[in-house]
Design a protein around this ligand. Structure first.
Ligand code: A2P
Length: 280
């Protein structure tokens, strides 16, 4: 497995040791900062934040307080639905840089395809402009359905500019977005997987326990490994130091094809939040 994927922007993205605190709005800022610092200390190099998670500030602080050179860390944020459209997204990018006390982000994603076509393409223009200004190195989208992706691709090819470097989706064996994944991977767009542990809700599934037993690994480690072997950049979330370390310890085994197949559940269980199907 490669430790990095090449992005079409020319930059690289770490494929593992990624860290995400997700929608932990109840997680106090100091705990977020502590967990991020812990993750950086055990070797994580990719911090996935978002305006919607309200965690840019503590993540930025932990990055500044770590002993690592900024260039060793990959820091992501996301434009929320409330900041769609050119002007709002431009303001959001500038305010995020201030909030996180950063000179640049490695990646900014549009969090979800809301607001209608004009707003989506306006947000894209603001991202392309920020990329040219050096405020962000790579850009992409999250939770876009194929029709949103095709709308954006047509805009880019029609002269809109930029390129989609990353697509981020909820991906695990019980949520099949294989049509979208195929669309992205065909175009060499790197696929990030959020909630690769299925929110922690499936860790006692018999199939995970038996595969875990075979390799002497935990169900969480099996799921992270599945995600890596699917070619994704998994973004497991944990605020528990022991689990953060556990989630990093996935490089001394490889799932055999037969076990990958066992995890091919064929299930599509959309959660109550599935913006990929938004028709607006
Ligand atoms: P916690 O933050 O208390 O460690 P996902 O990344 O799929 O969204 O899953 C996140 C959930 O899984 C969180 O509730 C997290 O809890 C839990 N979790 C993360 N890593 C592990 C692990 N190694 N073992 C068990 N649960 C985990």
């Amino acid at each position: 497995l490669q430790s990095k994927h090449q992005l079409q922007s020319g930059h690289e993205i770490p494929t593992y040791m990624n860290f995400n605190l997700g929608r932990e709005l109840t997680c106090p800022s100091s705990a977020t900062e502590k967990a991020t610092l812990e993750a950086l200390n055990v070797g994580f190099r990719h911090v996935d934040s978002a305006i919607m998670y309200r965690n840019e500030k503590p993540c930025g602080k932990a990055i500044l307080n770590s002993n690592l050179d900024r260039s060793q860390i990959f820091f992501t944020t996301k434009i929320p639905p409330g900041s769609m459209g050119y002007e709002s997204t431009k303001r959001a990018i500038n305010s995020s840089l201030r909030e996180a006390a950063q000179e640049y982000f490695d990646l900014i994603l549009i969090h979800a395809p809301y607001g209608g076509k004009e707003a989506r393409l306006g947000s894209w223009d603001a991202l392309v402009e920020a990329q040219k200004a050096g405020k962000v190195k790579s850009i992409g989208v999250s939770n876009y359905g194929i029709h949103h992706l095709e709308e954006l691709e047509a805009y880019i090819q029609g002269g809109g500019g930029g390129q989609i470097d990353v697509g981020q989706y909820e991906l695990h064996p019980w949520l099949d977005h294989s049509d979208i994944v195929e669309w992205l991977q065909k175009r060499k767009i790197v696929v990030e997987a959020y909630s690769p542990l299925a929110h922690g809700s499936r860790l006692t599934e018999p199939v995970l326990l038996s595969i875990g037993k075979k390799y002497g690994k935990t169900p969480a480690q099996v799921l992270i490994r599945w995600s890596l072997q699917m070619g994704f950049v998994p973004l497991p979330k944990s605020t528990t130091p022991k689990r953060i370390r556990e989630n990093a310890d996935v490089f001394d085994f490889e799932l055999a094809d037969e076990d990958m197949k066992l995890l091919d559940t064929g299930e599509y269980s959309p959660t109550d939040w599935d913006p990929t199907v938004d028709e607006d």
